[in-house]
Write a protein that binds this ligand. Structure first.
Ligand code: T4K
Length: 381
């Protein structure tokens, strides 16, 4: 494949055809109701509830604001135990709230918050746990449920990557106290920018608090109950979501084919050199959405993540160093954590590369990527 081939990006938005949008846009323009809990947002919330297997959903303007709202709904001050191995949105929400103190603990082998490390970090000041289902791989939700119950601490999931993931037939949205999904253009399901918050089983009342916080804390024309902010989704983005949602299962199936091709190449490789979480794809009862395909490139194999990234780029393959930079690699976070406690976070920050996965990728694209990776790993680059 020549370098003149079009670049393959790490992600690509799932978009409707323009003609599908027009009747909705004409309707909302005629109606003159374009935001503030409009009918299309309400409809999208109902349809998302059915898709995610949860009774209620609160749509938000993006997942970053959604995380802020979810954390505010469960914790007004004190410590929040979280991960530094994530997109900055996760921990910036905590760092931007002067009443909260993030306590960073390490990740496990699946890149998620390690429940044992969380248990060790719980103190009388702990007010919440904020865990991320990184790359769409669920964290150990059973163990977090036990911890939450035992210590009386709410568990919030950053579910930005896990749209449509199920465990034993149960939607990932139904675990913990609250979950926050991202509908950014690069995600499995998108509304250009956007997101949603769901409540865990038996925690539905929390969503009322979230809805209040999402609308500045205003109850009605006479009453403000909470110091909230503006987290609302508008009608245009809701329309994009409504038209796109019926296509998501097909898009996930297209992603699965890409990942199967990657696994065909990577699964037999030496995990001392290059490692993928093949176990995740074979786990009984776990239905993934194939959001990302992280590859750990162990530098002891003679190749580094960065040399692989650079070479792929020369071949028009735009893999991404998700997640780099993180708290362990950026000087601005110095003093906020103990580096000795985060060895896996630091290692993953330096050595993980996410290969492109999206619904428009063809078999030819996959072969082009696998050939380029193989060139690097076999020293032919
Ligand atoms: N929690 C976690 C764990 C997250 O990963 C994220 C966001 C959040 C919370 C916060 O969610 P939001 O507040 O965003 O809802 C992207 C996304 O902007 C970000 O949403 C996402 N995670 C993160 C992992 O990736 P960048 O800076 O890498 O995106 P960018 O612009 O480089 O796009 C990546 C590729 O996607 C491009 O090379 C091409 C393709 N693309 C992108 C856009 C925007 C398109 O084809 N079309 C597009 O419109 O952050």
């Amino acid at each position: 494949m020549s370098d003149a081939s079009p670049p393959i990006t790490v992600a690509r938005p799932l978009l409707p055809d323009a003609h599908e949008l027009l009747p909705y846009l004409e309707d909302l323009i005629q109606r003159r109701w374009v935001t503030n809990n409009g009918p299309y947002v309400n409809q999208l919330e109902s349809e998302l509830g059915r898709f995610l297997g949860t009774p209620e959903v609160a749509a938000v303007t993006n997942a970053t604001v959604g995380l802020d709202l979810a954390v505010r709904a469960v914790a007004s001050d004190g410590e929040v135990i979280t991960t530094g191995y994530s997109f900055p949105a996760t921990y910036h929400v905590l760092l931007n709230n002067p009443a909260l103190r993030p306590v960073f603990v390490d990740i496990d082998d699946n890149y998620g918050l390690d429940p044992a490390a969380v248990a060790d970090a719980i103190t009388p000041q702990t007010r919440a746990i904020l865990a991320v289902h990184t790359y769409g791989y669920p964290v150990d939700v059973e163990r977090f449920e036990e911890l939450g119950k035992h210590f009386g601490i709410p568990v919030v999931y950053d579910a930005a990557h896990t749209f449509g993931v199920t465990l034993g037939g149960r939607g990932i949205a139904t675990y913990g106290d609250l979950s926050v999904f991202s509908f950014h253009a690069t995600k499995v399901f998108n509304t250009l920018e956007g997101g949603a918050i769901t409540a865990g089983m038996g925690k539905e009342a929390l969503l009322e608090r979230v809805r209040l916080l999402r609308n500045f804390g205003i109850v009605n024309e006479e009453e403000i109950a909470l110091v909230g902010l503006n987290g609302k989704m508008d009608e245009v983005r809701a329309v994009f979501g409504l038209v796109t949602l019926p296509r998501v299962r097909q898009a996930i199936e297209a992603r699965r084919k890409v990942v199967d091709r990657y696994l065909g190449y990577f699964a037999p490789s030496d995990p001392e050199v290059v490692q993928v979480r093949t176990d995740m794809y074979r786990r009984d009862g776990l239905c993934l959405n194939y959001a990302y395909f992280p590859v750990m490139v162990h530098p002891r194999g003679g190749v580094t993540r960065d040399t692989l990234y650079d070479y792929l780029k020369t071949r028009g393959i735009l893999a991404r160093k998700y997640f780099y930079p993180t708290i362990t690699s950026s000087p601005i976070y110095r003093g906020l954590y103990n580096p000795e406690r985060l060895p896996k976070t630091a290692y993953a920050t330096s050595n993980v590369l996410c290969l492109p996965v999206h619904h428009e990728m063809t078999e030819t694209d996959c072969n082009r990527i696998i050939t380029a990776v193989d060139d690097v790993l076999r020293g032919r680059s």
